[in-house]
Design a protein around this ligand. Structure first.
Ligand code: PGA
Length: 266
């Protein structure tokens, strides 16, 4: 059975002086059973968030928002996967803002994926089509290509690949207030799992958690978690707001309890 995961992508928000307090507040407002919570602050805030959560709610996992595709070397301003030891256990890879601003390709994201897995980081690999792709009826093909391009290089024998999480984030829905429909997002999880199966995940493809991301709020999270093939959300703007996170994780707890065959805690 797949877990229910709510991951907060803080993007380039917060600073080392206020990130710990925000993480502590969100952790306290989202203490629901059976929901995997992940907070991904900027690199510079990882230590502050780590200290705050170690003392208040160590169950909340911490993720980075990127890693470099090499282990070390002359890469000014970059951070490698092994450097995150003790600071993060998860990492977001291939976010569309990095594809857009840093020119990340599927092939490069695949190399980052290998580094992340070797370093023991649990990756959240982002895929998603542009608006023109959806309007032209190409969304499925684009996402399928991204999955194949990213996972092509991953060795079939890489044991760590069973930790992979995928986030389906249609680019036109990110930060726009315009979310995909639950049905469209659910349909895309089938495309994603078929793509993973084609890359040799075969037995595991059905076990890979697929999250939806793109203008998720406490008001629309139910539309996504009502779909059995969607396993949670990667939340951007709303993840900086404790009230929103409280509502999102409370809704996730209902799905998590249902999957476990338990009555919801409330
Ligand atoms: P958003 O961002 O929730 O602000 O749309 C989601 C993301 O970029 O992961």
């Amino acid at each position: 059975m797949r877990p229910v995961i709510i991951a907060a992508n803080w993007k380039m928000h917060t600073s080392p002086s206020d990130a710990g307090e925000l993480a502590r507040t969100i952790a306290a407002r989202t203490r629901e059973p059976h929901v995997v919570r992940v907070i991904c602050p900027p690199f510079l805030c990882l230590a502050a968030v780590g200290e705050a959560l170690a003392a208040s709610d160590p169950e909340v996992a911490i993720g980075a928002q990127n890693v470099h595709h090499e282990l070390a070397g002359a890469y000014t301003g970059e951070v490698s996967a092994p450097m995150l030891e003790g600071l993060a256990t998860w990492v977001i890879l291939g976010h569309s803002e990095r594809r857009r601003d840093a020119g990340e390709t599927d092939e490069l994201i695949g190399r980052k994926l290998g580094r992340a897995l070797s370093a023991g980081l649990r990756p959240i690999v982002c895929v998603g089509e542009q608006l023109q792709d959806r309007e032209a009826g190409r969304a499925d093909a684009v996402v399928r290509n991204q999955i194949e391009g990213i996972f092509r290089a991953l060795e079939a024998g890489n044991e760590a690949r069973s930790t992979v999480v995928i986030a389906y984030e249609p680019v036109w829905a990110i930060g726009t207030g315009r979310n995909a429909s639950g049905a469209d997002a659910a349909a895309m999880t089938g495309v994603i799992r078929a793509g993973l199966a084609a890359q040799g995940f075969v037995a595991e493809a059905e076990d890979v958690p697929v999250l939806y991301g793109g203008s998720v709020t406490s008001a629309n999270i139910g539309e996504f978690l009502g779909e059995p093939s969607i396993d949670g959300a990667l939340v951007g703007g709303a993840s900086l707001k404790p009230d929103e996170m409280a509502g999102i994780v409370a809704r996730a707890a209902i799905t998590a309890a249902a999957r476990l065959g338990q009555p919801a805690a409330r």
